[in-house]
Design a protein around this ligand. Structure first.
Ligand code: GDP
Ligand code: IMO
Ligand code: MG
Length: 427
């Protein structure tokens, strides 16, 4: 592990390369003891990062998962959206488990507050879309970012100005209630936020200065990605995406740091593919095999409990992520889940008619007509959980990893062979 971290430098980012739930939390947790600060730069409580250690399970939503280690500081950057209530609940849950996190978290003054009205609008929009719904986590993420972009959002700093907060809540609720023809209660929202305002205040600061000074002091910083490249608002499978820039570019805008201060990027990629929610998924297995993988991998959402759609590894998907984000190394997770399958396939080329495509097409029609070319690999039957060295993996598993490296043009430096933070092979 040390070799990889020193190769990538002081300030490393962890990014999802597929459609989320690749196992970002597990690697963040495993390498966090080597970092001083762990930051979230985008998204909110739509994320669900699971960590298993010594038989205990932890799920982090808005808080950085690196907080499990008692010397780390967690930063929630300006690019995030924060439900104050949900935030305090998550803090309390961790405190109840005996983790002292209260004094180790800072929230940016510039992060946007997410209110119950955002959740109500999220549900309403999904309802109206009917069979074309996005399948959001219903955490209010899209509507909160929509307020931000429309320049009517409410930032955490506005908790310090009671009158302004009330005025904006009233205006926003009235506007949205009329627009969507739904009932929203500004008074109740105001009462709710006022009841916890004093509790939230100590967490707030200008996190940009904190990070600037930490970087100057040569502190080690880990940028914990949430969601994944193909859920990015610009680069993902729009409109079936989340509402923020969750790929590498969002780290700078979401925290207020210069690009040169990101020294290395690790992409997290499952040894197969999963997706929750709607949208194109070229290598999806809508059959018994897909179900077998779902059950073996425990592929149910950490945030919503929804069954994840499962499919073969898609080299085009991951290669796009590697290229656009400048990924230096990959962590291939859940290789153990593929044990026992007689053969494995990897999507290697897309065609529309005779034309080869190098990324997922955006229109419904093109996706319906997409032809996918696969390469087939022999499987293995050995249990991988206790394997510690790449050379000790079954030959077919080694060949599968090597094929992925070649197809996506990036080195696989870490391999996940089980749920626990110990089940990692560093190459
Ligand atoms: P994240 O959102 O990217 O952090 O991923 P999630 O936590 O939502 O989902 C990944 C799931 O896979 C979690 O339950 C992890 O504990 C589990 N996981 C991660 N890596 C491995 C691995 O190498 N093998 C197995 N069996 N499970 C893993
Ligand atoms: P982590 O960090 C998987 C998906 C939702 C939906 C789309 C939009 O655990 O990998 P949103 O609520 O953000 O408006 O939903 O994005 N989605 C995720 N899928 N993992 C996540 O986070 C996700 N966060 C959002 O399922 O399809
Ligand atoms: Mg997740």
């Amino acid at each position: 592990m040390k070799h990889l971290l020193s190769r990538l430098g002081n300030n490393i980012s962890i990014l999802g390369t597929q459609w989320g739930d690749e196992g970002k939390g597990k690697l963040v947790d495993a390498i966090s003891p080597h970092f001083d600060i762990i930051c979230r730069s985008a998204g909110g409580a739509n994320a669900g990062h699971t960590i298993y250690t010594k038989g205990k399970k932890f799920i982090f939503h808005l808080l950085p998962s690196g907080l499990l280690h008692k010397n780390t500081i967690g930063i929630i950057g300006n690019g995030c959206v924060i439900s104050a209530n949900d935030f305090l609940e998550e803090v309390k849950d961790l405190e109840d488990l005996g983790l002292n996190v209260k004094n180790r978290i800072k929230i940016s003054f510039r992060a946007h507050l997410l209110f119950d009205y955002h959740k109500a609008i999220d549900a309403e929009l999904e309802n109206r879309k009917g069979k074309n719904k996005i399948g959001t986590t219903c955490r209010g993420i899209g509507p909160c970012y929509a307020d931000k972009i429309a320049r009517m959002g409410i930032r955490t700093e506005e908790l310090l100005d009671k009158e302004l907060l009330k005025e904006k809540l009233e205006k926003n609720c009235a506007f949205h209630a009329q627009n969507f023809n739904i009932k929203l209660n500004a008074e109740k929202e105001f009462e709710k936020i006022m009841a916890i305002r004093e509790e939230i205040k100590p967490f707030l600061c200008d996190t940009r200065f904190l990070l600037r000074d930490a970087i100057k002091d040569n502190k080690k910083i880990l940028f914990e990605g949430a969601q994944a490249h193909h859920l990015d608002i610009d680069h993902g499978t729009y409109p079936f995406v989340t509402s923020s820039n969750v790929s590498a570019g969002g780290i700078c805008t979401g925290l207020g740091i210069p690009p040169r201060d990101i020294s290395g990027i690790i992409g997290i990629t499952k040894a197969f593919t999963t997706r929750v929610g709607s949208g194109p998924f070229p290598s999806e297995l809508e059959n018994e095999l897909g179900e077998i993988i779902r059950e073996k991998g425990g592929e149910y959402g950490s945030t919503t409990g929804r069954p994840r759609r499962c499919g073969w590894f898609d080299a085009i998907v991951v290669k796009n992520s590697v290229e656009i984000n400048g990924i230096d190394s990959l962590n291939l997770t859940k290789l153990d889940v593929l044990t026992g399958l007689s053969e494995l396939k990897i999507a290697v080329r897309y065609f529309l008619g005779d034309t080869e495509l190098f990324s997922i097409p955006t229109t419904r029609k093109a996706n319906a007509n997409l032809r996918i070319e696969y390469e087939t690999f022999p499987g293995w039957t050995e249990n991988l959980e206790n394997v510690k060295r790449f050379e000790d993996l079954p030959e077919n598993a080694q060949n599968y990893v090597k094929a992925i490296e070649k197809l996506v043009a990036c080195k696989v430096s870490v391999i996940g062979v089980g749920m626990d933070r110990e089940n990692l092979i560093f190459r």
